[in-house]
Design a protein around this ligand. Sequence first.
Ligand code: NDP
Length: 453
Amino acid sequence: MATSDHVDLERFIAGVEKRNSGQPEFVQAVREVAEDIFDFIADKAPYHEYQILRRIAEPDRVMSFRVCWEDDRGNIRVQRGWRVQNNNAIGPYKGGIRFHPSVTESVLKFLAFEQTFKNALTGLPMGGGKGGSNFNPKGKSDHEVMRFCQSFMTELYRHIGADTDVPAGDIGVGGREIGYMFGQYKRITNEFTGVLTGKGLEYGGSLIRTEATGYGCVYFLQNMLKNVGDSVDGKTIVVSGSGNVATHAAEKAVQLGGKVLTLSDSEGFIYDPAGIDQTKIDWIKELKNKRRGRISEYAREFKGSEFHGDGARPWGVACDVALPCATQNELNGSEAKILVANGVMAVSEGANMPTDLDGVHVFKQAQILYAPGKAANAGGVAVSGLEMSQNSARISWKEADLQQHLLDIMAGIHERCVEYGGRPGSTTIDYVRGANIAGFKKVADAMLAYGVV
Ligand code: NDP
C-alpha cells in the first residue's frame, strides 16, 4: 500500500473510532476489511465518489429494545435486545441471533458488518444483519428460555419479515430457541412465512442446516488443501468450541480422515491423543444439546484424555490444522505464533473473527493457508438462503441435493477468494484479501447502481 493510502486508511479508521466510541469489536472488523479495500479501490474513482466503504461501515439502522421476562421464582428480569440491519443492497437483511452475556451493540455491529460480506460471497441474494441479547441461557429452565424468547420476539417481530430481514441462530440460539421465537412470531402476526431459518424439519426447516456451518468450514479447508495438492486425510486437527459449529466441523474432519485432538468451551479444553472419533462426537452432542453439560465431563468419560481448565485454549497443542469454532478474539498474536512454530499449515475459521488482528498478521506473514470466517463459515448462511428458497416455493429439497449445493457453494466461495486473493510475487493465496474484496465488490456495485440512497 502506498504511503498516502496508508495515511488515508488511518484517517478513515480514526473517523470510525470517533463515531463508534466504546465499540472495539466493530472498529476491529472495519479495520480488517478496510486494510484490503483501500488498496483495491485506490484507482477506482466511483467507489470513492460515492463513499461506498464509509456507507457500508454505517449500519442502515440499529434497533435496541428492552426485554422483560419472569424467571421460575417469579422475579422480573430485564435484558437488552438489539437488531442491527447493516446493509440490504443485494437482498433482505440476513444474519443470526446471539444470546450470550457478552453481547453488546459493538459485537452485533461487527457481526452484521462481517455478515454483509459473507452473504455476498455465497452468491445468494442476502443482505447483512445480526441481532441478539445479553441474556444467558446457561442454567435456565426450558420454560425460562421460552418466556425470554417470546418476550424478545414480541418486540423483534415488527422489524423483520420474509422479504425484509430473516434472522437465524448463533451462539446460545439453537433449534429450541428458534422454535420458541418462530411460534411467537406466528402467533402475533397470524402468518406462516419463512421469517426465521434454522427451523425444525416439521415446520419449514431445511435438511443439513444444522450441519452446514461446520461441514462448510471443513469443505473450505478441503478446497484450500486441494489447491496445493493436499487433502484432509491424515491431518492432526485442533478444534475450539463444542457447540453447533465445532461438533459438526469435527465430524466432517473425521469423515475425511482427519484426527481431531481437541474441543473446548469457556471453561477450558479437552485433549484426546487417541483422537475424538464419531462415537465421542455423538457423546459430546448429547452432552451439550440435551444435558447442557460442560466439556470437562469428557475427560472423566474417556480414559487417556485430559482437561485443561481455567479457560485454557487449545492453541498450544501441536497440529497440522486449526479450526477456531467458538467465538470472536479467541486466538491472539502470541497463540498464532505458537501454532506457526508448531508447524500448522492451515487455519479455517468456523467462528466469526476468532483471530484478533495481530493473529491475522502472523498467519498472513507466515503465508500459511488461512481462511477467515466470512469465507470459511458461510456454509451455514448459504443453507439458510436455501431454506428461504424452499419456504418461498413451499417445497423441501432432498438431502443429497442440498449436500451438493453446499459443496458447490463452498467451492464457489473458494474460487472467488482465489480470484481476488493473489499476492504480487507470491504463489500463495491471501484468502483474507480475496474474501474482503470479492464480498465488497458485489455489494459495492449494487450500491453504485442505486445512487445515493
Ligand atoms: P454454540 O452456542 O452452539 O457454541 C458456542 C461454543 O463456543 C460453546 O462451546 C461455547 O462454550 C464456546 N464459547 C462461547 N463463548 C466463549 C468464550 N467467550 N470463550 C470460550 N468459549 C466460548 O454457537 P455456534 O457453534 O453456533 O457458534 C460458534 C461460532 O460460530 C460463533 O462465532 C458464531 O458466530 C459462528 N457462526 C455460527 C453459525 C451457525 O450456523 N451456528 C454460522 C456462522 C458462524 P460455553 O458453552 O462454555 O459458552
